[in-house]
Design a binder for this molecule. Structure first.
Ligand SMILES: CSCCC(=O)/C(O)=C/O
Ligand code: FE2
Length: 178
């Protein structure tokens, strides 16, 4: 995983979009936006054990797997890719353990700048409820992830603007506390 400020250029979102000069964002800075990160072992059994432990600690009761690719999503590919890259929030954490391939999560920081988080196999990230974000594949067009959920595996994006949403408001309160 590495994170950096996004350049906001209007070119293919699957390109790296590194702001020049490169402006890295540390794990600590991501934590200030409520984003959590774990580096998982690449060994399948050890990885499963680590994910199971995180699930126990953080009460993630359900999981499924998603393959974000033309093959994986079939006829829904174009529609899903568009939905993922439309700025949105969720009323629950978004928890993704990347098990193959790569892609980018973009999150809005405290100053409403886009921070791009490049993820690949072995990265587990948690986006807090209420954070504005989006997702895109990179030029390899393939990512496989375990999706973890606190309760039912629901995935409802609420597109920006939804500033009056109670989860958005609670999220902003956590930022003030930092
Ligand atoms: C990498 S999983 C697909 C993207 C997704 O689930 C999501 O919520 C993007 O914001
Ligand atoms: Fe999302």
């Amino acid at each position: 995983m590495r994170a950096y400020l996004y350049d906001n250029l209007d070119t293919d979102c699957r390109e790296p979009h590194e702001l020049q000069p490169l402006s890295p964002v540390s794990i600590k800075e991501l934590e200030q936006s409520g984003v959590l990160y774990w580096q998982l072992d690449l060994d399948k059994d050890k990885c499963k054990e680590q994910v199971d432990n995180i699930c126990k600690e953080r009460n993630y009761m359900n999981r499924d797997e998603i393959t974000v690719s033309k093959d994986g999503l079939g006829d829904l590919f174009d529609q899903k890719i568009k939905t993922f890259f439309t700025e949105h929030l969720h009323e629950d954490e978004e928890i993704r353990a990347i098990i193959d391939g790569s892609g980018y999560f973009d999150i809005r920081d405290k100053q409403d700048r886009w921070v791009r988080i490049e993820v690949q196999a072995g990265d587990l990230i948690v986006l807090p409820a209420g954070i504005y974000h989006r997702f895109t594949l990179d030029m390899n067009n393939y990512l496989r992830a375990i999706r973890l959920f606190k309760e039912d595996p629901v995935w409802t994006p609420l597109n920006r603007p939804c500033d009056e949403n109670p989860y958005r408001k609670s999220y902003l309160e956590t930022l003030v506390a930092h």
